[in-house]
Design a protein around this ligand. Sequence first.
Ligand code: AMP
Ligand code: MG
Length: 334
Amino acid sequence: MEDIAKKNGKDNGVTTKIFAMNTVMNMTIYGESIESAKKILAEAEQEIYQLEALFSATMKNSDISYINENAGKSPVKVSEQTITMIEKAKEIQKLTNGAFDITVSPVVKAWGFTTRNFRVPKKEEITKLISYINSDWITINKEEQTVFLEKPGMAIDLGGIAKGYTADYLSNWFEQKGVASGILSLGGNVIGIGLHNGNKWGVALQDPLNENASVGILKIGNQSVVTSGGYQRNFEKDGKIYHHIINPKTGYPAEEGLISVTIISSDGTKADGLSTALFVMGIEQAVDFWRQSNDFEAIFITEDRRVLATEGIADDFQFTGESQGYQYSTIFKK
Ligand code: AMP
Ligand code: MG
């Protein structure tokens, strides 16, 4: 944990970096004093580990492992947070017409993204595995607090939404602890808490083609900025790159001309689900989807190096990617 008061004049800021949920997480908060901020941040780290222990698809005793092991067998009792998450995931599946679907798990596993033992599955294997994908076959019993996967072979993976949920959960948690200002970056999911010295937070938008560069700066208040991109996790086989965002309809990595999708919203969980879903949809469908919605904005980066910001965020986005060969434009509602 690092004291950042020196860097920021008289701010009582503390920052920490941990590895959880398969990714690097940075949290910076400004407290009443350095000491109190450090104490709160240490507790926040424990909150993250607790959520990870529920949502992990690889930890043996997680709620998710327990649900998956009992697919086709019996409903299992899980924590309230797991129920909330799965409900939200089912909503996003409906909303996106299946572009986002947590039951994509058997396919994600087959490609090796869960264990990092990467492989290219045979066509027949994929055809079989996509037949297990459908969130309608997840039964939630709220009274009993149970979840049941109806078909043997089904499995769920919250990787496309868990960090967004964690960001939302933590920002509320920090506010309850009296933290009025902070910024959390949970592996591609950034959430602002309040303002910093009266100013909005600046969030760099990653250049998907150069890990050391950004293509601009976004200004946010109490909002989430979530980016999904094939560059975030992938492997190469016989000269071809396969990434971790799977089209649930085909079972193959989504290749719809996008290299990253960034969602800006006050609902971080939804922003996370949508970043994955809109990446799967591709630019045309994604823009149509945005035009029919009113609770998020987006920035799309296409394979041919166009950076497209929706009109509601354009004023808070400063594009700097010209020298890297990107071209910028705004997408209007009508
Ligand atoms: P994200 O980084 O939020 O875009 O989420 C990607 C992760 O979500 C992957 O590593 C998989 O674990 C999972 N995933 C991949 N494709 C999908 C999909 N179409 N719907 C839901 N989750 C997915
Ligand atoms: Mg996501």
